[in-house]
Design a protein around this ligand. Structure first.
Ligand code: SAJ
Length: 424
């Protein structure tokens, strides 16, 4: 089949390359010239195992072509971003532009598949409405489907091909046809439904995780009320066969879990009470981090603070919606001078320096991302460089015993037992 993949980001590019590897004639299209240049030169980021080789191989084989405009095809797959606006509503303008750019190429019998995470009813109302305006009957002239991705960056190729998928069609025939296409590379089960249910399912998966992390984070907040160590309590509670509490931390980041619940909330704000509250609890965590730190350090005004970790989660370089940024913002609003180090992050909008430079003359240190590399930091060496000795580990990556032995005033986030004597 001739397939045009619109948007060559972290989902569009691997999807285009995998479809090409199954013998389809794929054109990957992106409006950004530097995205196309990068793909031509490097294939893909080396952080994604196997992807660059796959892309390069398919470009060479001729099954994958690149273009800055959509081309006529049997199937159009839209993989464009849906960021969140300042008012916490979904920004579907990229999807809207992408859909309108393929309309001049549409012919009866074509299929349009939307992969971008969108508010429920976007496939039927927005995409359906656009094709109707262009003179097509969205149910009879075309097949419209929604096929959300579920992959985790760093393991995209494996997850894209092996995870179960949900595909929702505007009609049962559209769902069947999209399933047939995806069956060429998905070894997991493909469950079909209507497009609005599939949109809802995608949002529910990430909202489920957000609510569960909020539960763990609320326990961390409660640990200071009751003088318990939250991780110890969770570990013991999780021994119950039907209890599986997640881990608390400095908040929830990333472009999915911290964002997707709002796509449900915007459509039904009065009913989405638990989702909204989970967002509130998780968004409070950077403030708790700074309060705990302040209780250890005293007044933060004029203090030098080293922030270790800007990425939103361990061992990746992605800073989108990272709680570390909010921790820095709050510290600076209380007069602190922050210096940040992250071995994975390349571009964050915040100046990044070496570990040594970040901790030099620091009055205190906060571990804001649980990068495994941080386990190798030598506490004695860091104490020599620093000016103070306060360390707050929000992810429990460091070994408290060895840091205390080296002379650090060491604290884990959510350890209300150790904070009993502090004025939190
Ligand atoms: N986090 C905690 N405590 C935990 C687990 C995670 O505080 O116990 C925090 C992390 O530190 C991070 C945030 O949550 O800040 C999100 O990280 P994550 O690893 O849970 O998820 P993402 O955002 O990298 O990827 C999610 C995944 N969704 C689910 O697990 C339901 C992934 O499968 C989706 O494909 C992806 O969102 C997406 O694109 O929607």
């Amino acid at each position: 089949m001739k397939i045009c993949v619109v948007g060559l980001g972290y989902i569009g590019l691997p999807t285009a390359a995998i479809l090409a590897s199954k013998g389809h004639q794929v054109t990957g299209m992106d409006v950004k010239p530097h995205v196309l240049d990068n793909i031509r030169e490097h294939g893909a980021s080396p952080e994604e195992p196997g992807l660059a080789e796959l892309v390069m191989g398919e470009l060479k084989s001729g099954n994958l072509a690149l273009s800055d405009k959509p081309v006529p095809a049997d199937v159009f797959i839209i993989c464009l971003p849906t960021p969140i606006l300042a008012d916490k509503k979904a920004d579907i303008s990229y999807v809207e532009k992408g859909a309108s750019s393929i309309i001049p190429h549409l012919q009866k019998g074509n299929m349009i598949i939307l992969e971008s995470t969108v508010p429920p009813r976007t496939t039927s109302d927005m995409v359906g409405g656009m094709v109707r305006e262009a003179g097509f009957d969205p149910e009879n002239d075309l097949d419209l489907a929604f096929a959300p991705e579920r992959v985790i960056p760093g393991d995209i190729i494996r997850e894209l091909t092996t995870l179960d998928r949900v595909i929702g069609g505007l009609t049962p025939q559209a769902a069947r046809r999209a399933k047939e296409l995806y069956s060429c590379f998905v070894t997991g089960e493909i469950v079909t439904t209507d497009s609005t249910t599939a949109e809802f399912v995608k949002l529910v998966e990430n909202s489920y995780r957000d609510v569960n992390i909020a539960f763990a984070n609320e326990l961390a907040q409660l640990s200071y009320d009751f003088g318990i160590d939250v991780r110890e309590a969770i570990e013991i509670a999780n021994r119950h066969p039907r209890v599986n509490i997640l881990q608390p931390g400095p908040g929830v980041g990333g472009h999915c879990i911290a964002v997707d619940p709002y796509f449900i909330i915007q459509g039904a704000p009065d009913t989405s009470r638990m989702l909204a509250l989970a967002r509130v609890v998780n968004s409070e965590m950077p403030g708790l981090v700074v309060d705990v730190f302040e209780s250890l350090m005293g007044n933060l005004d004029g203090r030098n603070i080293a922030i270790l970790g800007l990425a939103y989660k361990p061992n990746v370089g992605d800073c989108r919606e990272s709680p570390s940024m909010e921790v820095i913002r709050i510290l600076e609003s209380r007069g602190a001078n922050c210096r940040a180090h992250d071995p994975y992050v390349k571009d964050s909008g915040i100046e990044l320096i070496s570990l040594e430079d970040a901790v030099k003359n620091a009055d205190g240190i906060i571990i804001t991302t649980g990068h495994h590399d941080f386990r190798d930091i030598d506490p004695a060496r860091i104490l020599e460089l620093a000016r103070g000795n306060v360390m707050l580990d929000t992810h429990r990556v460091l070994d408290r015993g060895s840091w205390e032995k080296a002379g650090w005033n060491f604290c884990y986030l959510g350890d209300g037992k150790a904070s009993r004597n502090n004025d939190l």
